[in-house]
Design a binder for this molecule. Structure first.
Ligand code: BGC
Length: 721
């Protein structure tokens, strides 16, 4: 269908039909459709008429090829103009084959892996009838109290942007209409949802325009540059106005300045939430603000369908705005090929064959291996085959390792740590006990744990947060492990046997009582369907840990927000002439996080040679070449993430003490050496000035290269203009 045909289709639609396209229905409207072939509903509480249901533009949360086909076919029978529905869902880190949560994927620093995970998720989702995924979530995160940090790839704008691109490529491929095994991506949550005050979900965000542009916006922009079809608004305020009704953010910046012409959807209920936010008196005003801001689809609340008609009739909203929104939605349907193939990829037979197939699970396992981060190792890992292992803790035999946003995944199908280890160790070499539950413990559990641990040579504790403790509405003020789990560690300590802790969690935790007490700590996050198998490979040394933190672990909550790319202040603590007291510091804790961005250990060791610069000066025409040789001086093959940071020593506005500009993930065999060369261009030195222009400053810079943000060699160079 040519664009002109879409325009004439819009012309043939009544105002009511057009407005219904802007409504997103949720699954309850369609339950039972597979059996009856009829759309059920309407849902009385929302006051939606059957007419609206028949003309609705999209549905949220439907999955399953047969159901999807039945709903689409029923819809086409009842829809006067035969306009197909868009079926949308949150396929965040896998459909049925669950990959590690995005924060874990962030720690892989591996873009091919991320792209592949999204491609597989798209494949499984599309054969199950889904057309659009509400992913990637690219909110920059600096506050681990926020439960949704697990949905993000971390605290760095550059790394997040690279992941945003990779996920979009994986979901969408190059040709959405030709390749029915891809889905349209929807980048979220625009904008700055990750910066809620105090880490409380849905809370106020207030930041300078410069801060927004410099750190928070780049990843959304990167997703759009990669062709991401849709954008979702965020729940928070931006410059005092809820994003969903924020004309400046949506019409001026997103659509105007960035030229985004795709579909903008509100987050769940966010249009109506403008009432409690206090910027709309009622549903009608909320609808008015959202449509004027440029929101095309209203998710879950009926403000549009109840009020847009009147708003148009009263002349408060130009019908042209409705037409434009409808045209964008129809264009997306066209790009997905839905007018020719309304059921698109939905295919019950193929669904049976490929969803959760071995090939996909193998990819999820590889992703889990690469996402785990070894945080400590006093030579206890890898486990030696002659050592008897006591596996204890609430996550030892738990399938609750998929993490939030894995609604189509099944915990029962997840490989637990115990199953993983059983497949590697002789049966008499693995003993198990519960030890405690996630948030409670009994004397009996502790006694059993002690007994089992007594019979073993090494204790492996599988500890963490259950998946309800993070994710949406999962903010926590104290981010230690629950007390009973810390008690378990203390209970076993007197045995003086090596303790390995494997952590399952959705956020960087305050690891006091864990990192200081254990001999080794492996951060597994929520590793997904194949988690236990991946962890067993890592614990036994079949695989070598290669993850690097993409978000800092705070020393304590009192430090939050704590992130590597902070400013120096006028009184930095580590200045050579720093006074003892009157410097920027805490009296009771260090300034540095417990574990920094970019950090992660390996079973082998990497040695860095001296950094070589091609010149002392660079210009826009002659970029700087930075070379460093890295050697694997250990006995096991391993992957190192070589990280390149810069610091602008004197900007027009203050600049971070470090900014990640590039990185390379390299696999080195024992004894192997590789020269890594980075090209640093003038463009990479640009930033937003006080007048918001984006440019670089001539002058002195530092370049830092190393295996973690806090373990680098530093050299200086000048940018000449
Ligand atoms: C979340 C979104 C999600 C939407 C639809 C909301 O509550 O904030 O991230 O896409 O629900 O499920």
């Amino acid at each position: 269908m040519a664009d002109q045909q879409l325009i004439s289709l819009v012309e043939r639609m009544t105002l009511e039909e057009k407005i219904a396209q802007l409504m997103q229905l949720a699954v309850p409207f369609f339950e039972g459709a597979e059996q009856s072939g009829q759309i059920t509903g309407p849902m009385e509480s929302l006051g939606i008429t059957e007419e609206i249901v028949h003309n609705a533009g999209s549905v949220l949360g439907l999955a399953g090829a047969k159901e999807a086909i039945a709903v689409q076919e029923a819809h086409l029978r009842s829809n006067r103009l035969g306009i197909p529905l868009l079926l949308m869902a949150d396929i965040v880190h896998g459909f049925k084959t669950i990959f590690p949560v995005p924060l874990a994927m962030g720690c892989s620093w591996d873009m091919e892996l991320a792209e592949q995970s999204a491609k597989i998720a798209a494949r499984e989702a599309s054969v199950s009838g889904i057309h659009v995924t509400f992913a990637p979530m690219v909110d920059l995160v600096r506050d681990p109290r926020w439960g949704r940090v697990m949905e993000s790839t971390g605290e760095d704008p550059y790394l997040n942007s690279e992941f945003a691109r990779a996920f979009v490529r994986g979901f969408q491929g190059d040709d959405l209409s030709g390749d029915v095994h891809r889905v349209a991506a929807c980048v979220k949550h625009f904008a700055a949802y990750g910066a809620g005050e105090g880490g409380r979900d849905y809370n106020t965000v207030d930041m300078s325009e410069r801060q927004l542009r410099e750190y928070y916006l780049p990843a959304y922009k990167a997703a759009l540059e990669e062709g991401c079809e849709m954008v979702m608004t965020s729940f928070n305020t931006v410059h005092g106005v809820p994003a969903t009704g924020n004309k400046r953010l949506m019409r001026d910046l997103l659509r105007g300045e960035w030229g985004f012409d795709g579909v903008l959807i509100s987050d769940w209920g966010a249009v109506k939430e403008m009432i409690p936010h206090g910027v709309a008196e009622d549903e009608e005003e909320a609808a008015l603000k959202a449509i004027l801001a440029g929101v095309d689809i209203e998710m879950m609340t009926p403000c549009y369908v109840h009020h847009l008609q009147d708003l148009v009739r009263e002349g408060k909203v130009e019908e042209r705005l409705i037409d434009e929104a409808v045209l964008r939605i129809l264009s997306l349907k066209k790009r997905l090929g839905l007018f020719e193939r309304p059921v698109r990829g939905a295919d019950p037979a193929l669904e049976q064959e490929i969803v959760f197939c071995d090939e996909h699970r193998q990819a999820a396992r590889e992703a889990a291996v690469k996402s785990c981060v070894l945080l400590k190792n006093n030579s206890v890992l890898p486990l030696k085959s002659e050592k008897r292992v006591a596996l204890i803790g609430p996550f030892a035999a738990s399938g609750d390792i998929l993490g939030p946003w894995s609604w189509t995944g099944s915990k029962e199908d997840a490989i637990t740590v115990e199953q993983g280890l059983r497949s590697k160790l002789a049966s008499d070499m693995l003993l198990t006990a519960e030890g405690c539950d996630v948030t409670s413990v009994t004397e009996q559990q502790l006694d059993e744990a002690l007994k089992v641990a007594n019979e073993a040579d090494v204790i492996v504790l599988a500890l963490g947060e259950d998946s309800e403790m993070s994710g949406e509405a999962g903010s926590r003020a104290f981010i230690t492990l629950p007390e009973p789990q810390l008690e378990l560690i203390q209970h076993l300590k007197p045995l003086q046997k090596p303790i390995v802790v494997v952590l399952f969690n959705g956020r960087p935790l305050d690891l006091h009582g864990v990192l200081d007490e254990a001999d080794a700590v492996l951060e597994a996050w929520y590793p997904g369907s194949e988690g236990g198998a991946a962890i067993a490979e890592l614990l036994t040394g079949e695989a070598n840990p290669s993850g690097r933190l993409s978000m800092s672990f705070p020393y304590s909550v009192g430090q939050i927000p704590v992130y590597y790319n902070h400013f120096n202040t006028g009184r930095p603590k580590d200045a050579p002439d720093a006074q003892e007291r009157y410097v920027s510091q805490y009296l009771d804790i260090p300034n540095e996080p417990l574990l920094p961005f970019g950090f992660g250990l390996s079973y082998t060791e990497f040695q860095y040679g001296k950094m070589m610069l091609s010149a002392e000066e660079m210009t826009a025409k002659s970029p700087l070449e930075i070379t460093v040789s890295v050697t694997n001086v250990g006995e096991m093959a391993g992957e190192e993430v070589v990280q390149l940071y810069i610091r602008d020593m004197s900007g027009e506005v203050v600049r971070p003490v470090q900014e990640l500009k590039d990185f390379r993930k390299v696999l080195l065999q024992p004894g192997e050496q590789q020269d890594i060369t980075f090209i640093l261009t003038e463009e990479q030195l640009r930033y937003h000035h006080s007048d918001l222009t984006y440019s670089s400053d001539a002058g002195e810079f530092c370049v830092m290269v190393g295996g973690s943000s806090k373990d680098t060699e530093i050299r200086r160079f000048r940018l000449k203009k």
